[in-house]
Design a protein around this ligand. Structure first.
Ligand code: AHR
Length: 320
């Protein structure tokens, strides 16, 4: 059984699969969450390109934001006998049963960009950023920028129950902890989408004296920040000045907003989770090398000082 004893099992499995993969290309099922954000669209593009480059037959399933669709897709991949599964899990919980089924079928599962609450032996590795750290970087930027001034913060959370929503909130709260001049006055989910980010920001503005009581917006992704920027402008305020805007992802559009002075900072999340995932999978299948349980991607802070239009030009054709 593949996952029963890490390396010994891995080597045994690898030798079985090697025979098969030498004759035919690898088949990998990819259960993607959906297309809620520019970042997600880029991750899909990059994963497809990376598969093509490596001659991998990628079976792609878009779950339209629903965990039940992801579970169905995984079951279908298992029934088809794929060599491996990539899973970008929409929420943290509720995966154990289907992952047990994959394990029973000796199909390794690699998590992309989000983590889950499940026993570690149910997946091969997780390729993700440090999402608590991302929130911390965003919070620390704000603390430094604002200094001793009173600062009421509104927060747009990602999808409820998803690992980035939970962890990015935690990291940000850690950064402002013990600093009495910083207070999160409103916090609600915007589901990682531009439309909901705008909608929820409109309600925050209404509730906070037309926005006059708000010093900063912290959004768990750029798309929600971009929607909120629109709402701030429509309320007659200047985003980036009247209300500071800090978010996460570093999608091309946020660099245009940074260049226009309408956003202040973003923390980069690479959309290329696929290259490290394929590397780990190939090493596992071909050499029996079990990867670390966590393959961490980098997180980098960008501000208005980082030549945003140059970064925009570099990123604009990358599939966002
Ligand atoms: O899991 C990564 C997050 O999911 C991205 O930050 C967000 O844009 C996406 O929807």
């Amino acid at each position: 059984m593949l996952f029963k004893s890490a390396l010994a099992g891995a080597t045994m499995f690898a030798s079985v699969v090697l025979g098969a993969s030498a004759a035919s290309a690898l088949t990998v099922g990819f259960s993607q969450i959906g297309s809620e954000s520019g970042w997600r669209a880029a991750e899909t593009t990059v994963t497809k390109q990376e598969a093509e480059k490596r001659g991998v037959d990628l079976k792609f399933a878009d779950a339209q934001q629903k965990q039940e669709n992801q579970i169905k897709a995984l079951r279908s991949f298992i029934a088809q006998g794929v060599d491996a599964i990539f899973l970008a899990p929409v929420v943290e919980t509720g995966w154990d049963a289907v992952l047990e089924e994959a394990k029973e079928a000796d199909i390794p599962v690699i998590l992309l960009d989000r983590t889950i609450n499940a026993p570690e032996d149910l997946y091969l590795t997780a390729v993700t950023s440090d999402q608590v750290y991302e929130g911390k970087v965003a919070g620390e930027w704000l603390v430094k920028e604002v200094g001793d001034r009173e600062c009421n913060i509104v927060e747009l959370q990602g999808t409820t129950g998803s690992s980035p929503a939970i962890a990015r909130k935690k990291g940000f709260e850690e950064a402002i902890a013990g600093k009495d001049n910083f207070k999160i006055v409103r916090s609600q989910t915007g589901d990682f989408t531009r439309t909901k980010g705008k909608e929820v920001m409109e309600s925050f503005l209404k509730a906070e004296n037309g926005g006059k009581n708000i010093c900063a917006l912290y959004a768990h992704n750029d798309d929600m920040a971009l929607g909120a920027i629109q709402a701030i402008k429509e309320a007659g305020l200047k985003p980036g000045e009247d209300i500071l805007v800090v978010s996460i992802d570093a999608v091309p559009d946020i660099f245009q907003a940074l260049a226009a002075g309408e956003a202040n900072a973003t923390v980069e999340l690479t959309p290329n989770m696929a290259a490290p995932a394929f590397d780990a999978l190939e090493a596992y299948l071909n050499e029996g090398k079990a990867p670390e349980k966590w393959i961490q991607t980098e997180s980098k802070l960008y501000t208005q000082a980082d030549d945003p239009m140059k970064v925009y030009e570099e990123k604009k054709n990358l599939g966002y």
